[in-house]
Write a new protein. Sequence first.
Length: 302
Amino acid sequence: MKKQLRGIGIALATPFDEKNRVDFKGLERLTEHVLKEDIDYLVLLGTTAESATLKNEEKNDIIRCIHSMNKKKVPIVLSIGGNNTEKVIQKIEQTQIFDFEAILSIVPYYNRPSQEGIYQHFKQIVEKTKAKIILYNVPSRTGSNILPKTVLRLSKEFENIVAIKEVSGSLIQSYEIIKEKPTHFSVISGDDILALPTILGGGDGLISVLGQGFPNVFSKMVHNALEGNVKESFKHYYQMLDLMNLIYKEGNPSGIKSLLHILNVCESYVRLPIVRASEILSRKIEEALKRYIKICNKKTSV
C-alpha cells in the first residue's frame, strides 16, 4: 500500500460567529488560507474542530464546505472516534469513506480499557469497515495510552491500519514504534513541539494545530526535516517555538483561534465548555507574532 500520509497535515478549527453558529465564511477563509500553501493533507472534525460540540448536521455541512473549497487538491482525513465500539463502526459505515484518505480514530476515552480492550476495539473497526484507520493516541485527553506493543500488533496484523497520530508526549514511545513498524505504517506527530525529533527519528510528518496559522512555515519545517535538511528545519522550528508554547496555555483550540483572529482569518469564538483565550494570553500571542514578523522582515531586508 502506497504511503499517502507523509508530510504536513493541518487539523482545521471550526470558526463560530457571535451567535454560536458555524461561521462558514470564516471556514472558507481558513481553508483557503491553508490550501494556498504546500500542505499535504487536511484533517477534519478532530479535537481542534470542537467536534464534541458539533451537531451531525453541522458536521455534514462542514464536510461539504471544505470539499467544495478543496476540489480534490489534497487528501482529506476525517475524524470518527468514540468509546462505544459499535457506534464508531456505525458512524464509519454511514460515511462515504471513498471521499476520504483515511479515518482518524481516537483511543477510547473515559472507559479506560486495557491494552487488550484497545486492540479489540480497533480490530472490530477494521474488520467490519473498509476504512483505512489512523490510530489517535492522546492520553492526556482519553485517560488511556495505547502502548507500542499494541500499536505494533495492530499495524502488523491489519494493513488497513495505516498510521498513528502520536500525542503521548513520549519520544521514546514514538521511537519504539518506528523501530519495529511495518513499511506501510506511518508514525505521525500530533504535537507541534515534538514534530522535528519525531521526524528526524524516522517519523513521517506532523498533523499540526499551529500550522493552520502558518502553513508555509510549517510546510518548510516538515519537508526540510523529511529531506534531511536539519539546520533549515530547525530554523523554522525556533521561529515558531514561542507560539507553539503559547497556543496551548489555555487549551486547544482557544489559543489557535486567538491567533487566527489576530491574523484576520476568522473570529475567536468557541463553544462551551471551552472558553475564549484570556486577554493576557491573547496579548502574549500578539506580541510573539510581532516578534516573528520582525525577524522575518530583518531577514528579507538583508
